[in-house]
Design a protein around this ligand. Structure first.
Ligand code: NA7
Length: 539
């Protein structure tokens, strides 16, 4: 008996995840007349913005480009309160979208997809969930996000800690009372920085365990009044188009001029202007050579180092907070608000875990080479198994029952444009490896572009009277080679971070995000579509 006969429920498409991508996939495919079932592990919609409810959680992209473009009514009625809204506002927006477009009726919450297998005879997927159900679907879409599998530090004795341990991405809905407590935090990435600057004034004592300092940019976050909102709204039609053509899916883009064609004084003025914008503009709206040229990168790095030093009172503490051994922008640049001032407080201690490694967790706290730090609460802002984590966690079996996880472990990660994988017909992905969405993108820009592509591709298969589509092995090999070639031109592989998978023990070190830019990526995706999906095989 084939899997399909065993499956009780039949739908056209199963979507995993009710975040930005999954909700849009549901909306689009439903509009195309498909019967869609979404499974979501959480109790509500929002994905990243549902799970990451830690103190200070906030978006680093401007609200006016961190939204859906598909509905004029939605754009007209939703009012953003500020340039970089906090988690609860973004979560409210996504809930509003779910209600506005009646999405919930096709979302089953509190349900995790555990396995999916493709049956070549019926050309359908059987998807299994953790409540023991299975469902048969022609199309299987993983909208599971690139940063959704949290990583806890592997510290000896962590199970002995008598206090509370909480990962930022699993922050309880009811909150955690930090007032007056002795709090420790491991991790100073974009998340750790937001937590530290937010809680420093509230906790009794804060010990920050830092392994690698980051280059950061001070966030400028004005509130919007009606006049400001109307001014932005008038630009929405332009912004909707523009973000699809820039390098990173933001409204700003690199200078047209080469860095060294601009004289040094003028360069400094440009850097200062970008810096004063208080956004990621300084990083992905400055000079593209920052990603490729060591000398250019050094000038950016020095500029930021100087700004950090100016704000930290104790030069010894500043030494620890200033990155020394890698270049600016070769890992994700966090935005911050009074982060460095937190280290000027008497109740905040910075522990450099490279100088004094964390040796063990005891009942009372963390013991480093220099002594015991007693703690009531330990916050792990220790990041995610990025890019591949959510895709290898599920038992996805393609042709001949081959597990995606095993195929990638054996032959290395491969995808075609981060959208499909050869051997896995009708499996589609968003934010997957080898697309810019995996790191170098204002995420909603890329997710919407990818879902549009997926919906068009499914429309094509149906129009042709075919049942399945997948990239050919040759087309995939070509994409992977193209991806790797671009990745190796950048300075990113020189630095350790989740961009390279180096934060996960045993994970092959490789840049998973497409480095060619969002505009170029989109043009390539459009080319494939216009060619009638050349390089793809239908059956
Ligand atoms: P990140 O950027 O991966 O940061 C994780 C942080 O945790 C980083 O500072 C790590 O140090 C640190 N870390 C992780 N494990 C350990 C151990 N075992 N010991 C010491 N320090 C550790 O995750 P975030 O959640 O901050 O941000 C993820 C993305 O979300 C972000 O880039 C935005 O795109 C939104 P390391 O740097 O590896 O030395």
């Amino acid at each position: 008996m084939s899997n399909v006969q065993q499956a009780a429920k039949q739908v056209d498409a199963v979507v995993v995840g009710a975040g930005f991508a999954g909700m849009y996939a549901l909306y689009k495919l439903r509009e195309q007349g498909l019967r869609v079932q979404v499974y979501e592990a959480g109790t509500g919609v929002g994905g990243t913005w549902y799970w990451n409810r830690y103190p200070g959680a906030r978006v680093d992209s401007q609200a006016y480009i961190y939204q859906y473009w598909f509905s004029k009514e939605l754009l007209a009625e939703w009012n953003w309160s500020e340039r970089f809204p906090a988690q609860d506002e973004t979560e409210r927006y996504l809930n509003h979208v779910a209600d506005r477009f009646d999405l919930r009726k096709d979302i089953q919450f509190k349900t995790r997809v555990t396995a999916a297998s493709y049956d070549e005879v019926s050309q359908r997927w059987t998807i299994t969930t953790d409540d023991g159900q299975s469902v048969s679907a022609q199309y299987f879409i993983m909208g599971t996000g690139g940063l959704s599998v949290p990583m806890l530090p592997a510290l000896p004795g962590i199970e002995n800690f008598k206090g509370r341990i909480v990962h930022t991405a699993q922050w309880p809905r009811e909150g955690v009372d930090l007032k007056g407590k002795r709090v420790g935090i491991i991790g100073t990435g974009a998340t750790g920085i937001q937590v530290i600057q937010t809680i420093a004034g509230e906790v009794g004592h804060l010990t920050v365990f830092q392994r690698t300092p980051n280059y950061t940019i001070p966030m400028r976050n004005p509130k919007y009044d009606d006049a400001a909102r109307e001014e932005l709204r008038a630009q929405y039609p332009m912004l909707k188009e523009r973000v699809q053509r820039t390098f990173a899916g933001f409204d700003y883009d690199f200078e047209d001029r080469n860095f060294f064609d601009v004289d040094p004084a003028e360069r400094q003025r440009i850097l200062q202007r970008l810096w004063d914008d208080g956004s990621l503009n300084f990083w992905i709206g400055g000079f593209r050579e920052v990603f490729f040229d060591e000398k250019v990168n050094a000038e950016f790095s020095d500029f930021v180092r100087q700004r950090i030093r100016e704000r930290v009172k104790d030069p010894k503490v500043a030494d620890k907070l200033v990155p020394q051994d890698y270049g600016f922008g070769t890992r994700r640049v966090p935005l911050e608000t009074k982060y460095y001032e937190a280290f000027n407080r008497d109740n905040v201690l910075l522990v450099d875990t490279k100088a004094t490694p964390m040796e063990e967790v005891t009942e009372k706290g963390i013991r480093t080479a220099a002594g015991l730090h007693e703690l009531d609460i330990l916050i792990c802002a220790t990041g995610f198994d990025a890019g591949t984590g959510a895709l290898t966690k599920v038992d996805i079996r393609g042709r001949d029952g081959v597990l995606l996880r095993d195929a990638w472990a054996q032959d290395g990660v491969r995808t075609t444009m981060g959208l499909q994988v050869h051997g896995y017909p009708n499996l589609f992905m968003t934010m997957a490896p080898f697309s810019p969405a995996a790191a170098f993108c204002n995420v909603p820009t890329c997710l919407q572009q990818q879902v549009d592509w997926i919906a068009d591709c499914i429309g094509f298969v149906r129009d042709q009277g075919r049942h399945s589509i997948e990239p050919s092995a040759e087309a995939e090999a070509k994409w992977v080679a193209h991806h790797d070639e671009l990745a190796n031109l950048t300075l990113v592989p020189k630095t350790n971070s989740w961009y390279m998978g180096s934060n996960v023990k045993g994970k092959p070190r490789r840049l998973l995000a497409y480095a060619g830019g969002v505009g170029t990526y989109r043009a390539k995706c459009e080319e494939v579509k216009a060619s009638g999906y050349e390089g793809f095989v239908t059956a």
